[in-house]
Design a protein around this ligand. Structure first.
Ligand code: 2PG
Ligand code: MG
Length: 403
């Protein structure tokens, strides 16, 4: 067993993401292998997540990397992922990685893990997942949305579906059937209303949240009967985005904190939604706990902006019983090692993990591998679109290892 594989070279560059914005990519060269990772970017970012880029954007992140990081990493032992990630944080020197940027740190950290996996001749999911029970997730696909991901969509950011098929392939495919059917229903029912696609390729239209609920229910009922398969419903409220002056501002009206808690519970109890993400604004750990208590085991209440993949925030959430699930996004916390720390804590506490894409994506498929490594219940992506399918199709390939 090798104990030392030095990093021979590390390079960074700007590439373009699915929204047409610049992001960063890193390449890590070892003697006989190479890892490349391009980091995604969010639009509904949590207040406590790492700064995606240095002030001034990707160019400044790259400048900081060239000047202060590159030479310190060359020669470093690639097998020691923890120390590499700690070094990245130390070289940055700020709380929110605002010098190097969370995206640059993520790209280097993941590129290093990919290079090592290749050197060891094992897939990334096996390298990262050594300590976790490995399993295939179910795809949770965004089918109708709004919020920060489109101009005129619903107030609630995402309406999602997760087919519980026999295989990942079947589930991912039937999710696309639901997406297609929703597109048809939207244009049949809403004559004159303009329908488009949001950042994650979910349908977007100027309809109310409740109209979106009706349409997603109708489409899943039909497709579920046609394919004789169960389809779970999900939603990401991204509630912080429409929380102002102590109240929740929907296009159709305003809700108080108590009304919002009841509304979230209503999604579980009466509307049959299983996956409910960020139903409460991201400083209200107690409000989350009330929702989690109300829904019991019927639904998984998921913290995204609430936790920002941060182990300290998750610890607080566990103590207060805030949620039964957590969303995992590496660039919220900036390194693979910190992500693993959060995932371990969640796993030990029986908190369900969902590994997630960002709204501004790249064609990188590393989250497919992490979802398996972390024993995630779901991988949250879109249902269509090349940058979303990069993840889903990689899981279809990984699935071959499980038979
Ligand atoms: C979310 C994500 C992904 P963003 O809120 O869960 O859907 O959105 O990347 O914009 O933070
Ligand atoms: Mg979210």
């Amino acid at each position: 067993m090798m104990s030392h594989i030095p990093i021979i070279d590390v390079r960074a560059r700007k590439v373009i993401d699915s929204r047409g914005n610049f992001t960063v990519e890193a390449t890590v060269d070892l003697e006989y292998s190479t890892g490349v990772c391009a980091a995604p970017s969010g639009a509904s970012t949590g207040a406590t997540e790492m700064q995606a880029f240095a002030k001034g954007g990707p160019d400044e992140s790259i400048k900081f990397f060239e000047k202060n990081v590159k030479n310190k990493i060359i020669g470093f032992n690639a097998l020691d992922q923890n120390s590499l990630d700690t070094l990245l944080r130390e070289l940055d020197g700020s709380e929110y990685l605002s010098n190097i940027g969370g995206n640059m740190a993520t790209a280097i950290s993941i590129a290093n893990a990919k290079a090592v996996a290749q050197a060891l001749d094992i897939p990334l999911y096996k390298y990262v997942g050594g300590m976790f029970s490995r399993s295939l997730p179910r795809p949770m696909g965004n089918v109708i949305g709004g919020g920060r991901h489109s101009k005129n969509g619903t107030t609630i950011q995402e309406f999602l579906v997760s087919t519980q098929g026999k295989t990942f392939l079947e589930s991912a495919y039937i999710n696309t059937r639901v997406h297609k059917r929703i597109g048809e229903l939207l244009s049949d029912k809403l004559k004159g209303v303009s329908v488009g696609l949001g950042d994650e390729k979910a349908w977007t239209a100027s309809i109310s949240d409740m109209e979106a609920v009706d349409i997603i229910k109708e489409a899943t009922k039909e497709i579920s009967a046609e394919h004789k398969v169960k389809i779970l419903l999900g939603t990401d409220f991204a509630a912080t985005e429409f929380f102002k002056d102590g109240k929740y501002h929907y296009r159709e009206g305003i809700k108080s904190r108590d009304e919002q808690i009841d509304f979230a519970a209503h999604f579980s109890k009466d509307l049959g939604f299983y996956f409910i993400e960020d139903p409460i604004e991201d400083t209200d750990f107690e409000g989350f706990a009330e929702v989690t208590k109300k829904v019991g085991k019927n639904s998984v209440i998921v913290g995204d902006d609430l936790y920002t993949t941060n182990p300290e925030r998750l610890k607080k959430g566990i103590e207060l019983g805030s949620t039964s699930g957590i969303l995992i996004k590496v660039n919220q916390i900036g390194t693979l090692s910190s992500t693993v720390e959060t995932v371990k804590m969640a796993t030990e506490a029986g908190i369900s993990r969902t590994v997630s894409h960002r709204s501004g994506e790249t064609t990188d498929d590393f989250i497919a591998h992490l979802s398996v490594a972390f024993g995630a219940e779901f991988i949250k992506t879109g249902t269509i679109g090349g940058e979303r399918l990069a993840k889903l199709n990689e899981l279809i390939r990984i699935e071959e290892d499980f038979f």
